[in-house]
Design a protein around this ligand. Structure first.
Ligand SMILES: [Zn+2]
Length: 359
């Protein structure tokens, strides 16, 4: 089975990767979001009517609001918002009614049928610091996330980790040979293949590094499920089950199966501290590449520090990661993976049959 987009996974059905534990929750959450959409529409209509007959009801004074909204929406947002940051002046002028910033059921971006509560609900698994940051800057966050809604990009943003495997038959649609694709790419193994989009970015990145006097060696990228299976078995034999588990992914759990992850030589600890390591740490993001397993984050990413392993996410996604997810790809993808279908549905310009307009 092949992923077509995240949206096919949002209806409570079993995920294409066989992951079942959270699919029911996801369906339930979607149902909750849809009902919140109704609540938001109802709330806005009511607020409009009340504002016609009773001007004081439209005041942004939260004290008059709970009676109408508290039964239907939570208060997570209020508790997350820092004093001062929720003031109407903090919202961009293109939000139609800044006073609605005080109203948890109001939309937070003119192009998204989404309230603060709904957005924060999508972030329920993120650390508090990230939820707070995004809660405080919700309009700007949605603006920055907009370019990622394109279903064409869905595969670039797939979450593949210890808990989220790819199906054994998953194979990227457009693989190219690393060495024959662009003459600026050098240092790869003769048989190495890579996703075309990653290759395009890699060629530019390698040229830039070369101009800075650093010769990157992108040795390998795509590994099939079967190749990963063999590699993992090799490391289990070499290093033992427990040690292998820290640095080698089981089949289906490797980002290399996506075709967008690259290992730069010399692969292994000897990479750390090399000119390539230093140059990539500083510059890879400019070309849309992300360090998947940073130092000191093993408990979050599931893998020990791998300075040589970069994954292509695209520049906009890496910018979002740097700005809102404390620089951690794992945090961002854990959010985007289940949230993208909801964000797409809420984005009113997107040709999505689940658009709230259709309800
Ligand atoms: Zn790797």
């Amino acid at each position: 089975m092949k992923y077509s987009s995240f949206s096919s996974r949002s209806n409570g059905e079993q995920g294409a990767n066989g992951e079942q534990a959270t699919s029911g929750e996801r369906g339930a959450r979607q149902a909750g979001i849809i009902s919140l959409c109704f609540a938001a529409l109802g709330g806005l209509t009511l607020a409009l009517l009340l504002s016609l007959v009773e001007p004081s009801a439209a005041q942004p004074d939260g004290a008059t609001e709970p009676a109408r909204f508290s039964a239907r929406v939570g208060h997570a947002v209020r508790s997350l918002m820092e004093p001062g940051r929720s003031a109407p002046g903090a919202f961009p002028s293109n939000v139609t009614n800044p006073q609605d910033a005080e109203n948890p059921a109001a939309r937070i971006h003119p192009e998204f049928a989404l309230s603060h509560d709904e957005l924060v609900d999508l972030l329920q698994n993120a650390p508090d610091s990230i939820r707070k940051r995004i809660g405080n800057e919700a309009p700007a966050f949605l603006q920055a996330a907009k370019p990622l809604l394109d279903p064409q990009q869905a595969e670039l943003l797939m979450l593949v980790d210890r808990d989220h495997p790819l199906p054994s038959a998953y194979r990227p649609a457009d693989l190219v040979p690393m060495l024959d694709f662009d003459e600026r790419i050098t240092g790869a193994a003769p048989q190495a293949r890579i996703d075309r989009r990653a290759a395009t970015a890699l060629a530019e990145m390698q040229e830039a590094a070369r101009a800075d006097g650093v010769e990157l060696q992108p040795w390998w990228a795509y590994r099939s499920y079967r190749e990963q299976e063999e590699l993992h078995a090799h490391w289990r034999n070499e290093a033992g089950e427990e040690a292998a588990h820290r640095f080698s992914a089981a089949a289906g759990h490797s980002e290399h199966q996506l075709g967008t992850a690259i290992d730069f030589a010399p692969i292994g600890r000897e990479f750390h501290g090399t000119p390539s390591d230093r140059w990539l740490s500083e510059n890879a993001w400019r070309y849309g590449f992300s360090l998947s397993y940073p130092e000191g984050k093993e408990e979050i990413t599931g893998y020990m520090h791998e300075g040589w392993h970069y994954r292509y996410l695209g520049r906009k996604a890496v910018e979002l990661k740097r700005e809102y997810f404390e620089g951690l790809q794992q945090h961002m993808l854990e959010f985007l993976y289940p949230a993208l279908p909801h964000l797409r549905a809420a984005h009113e310009d997107s040709p999505n049959p689940y658009s709230p307009k259709a309800f």
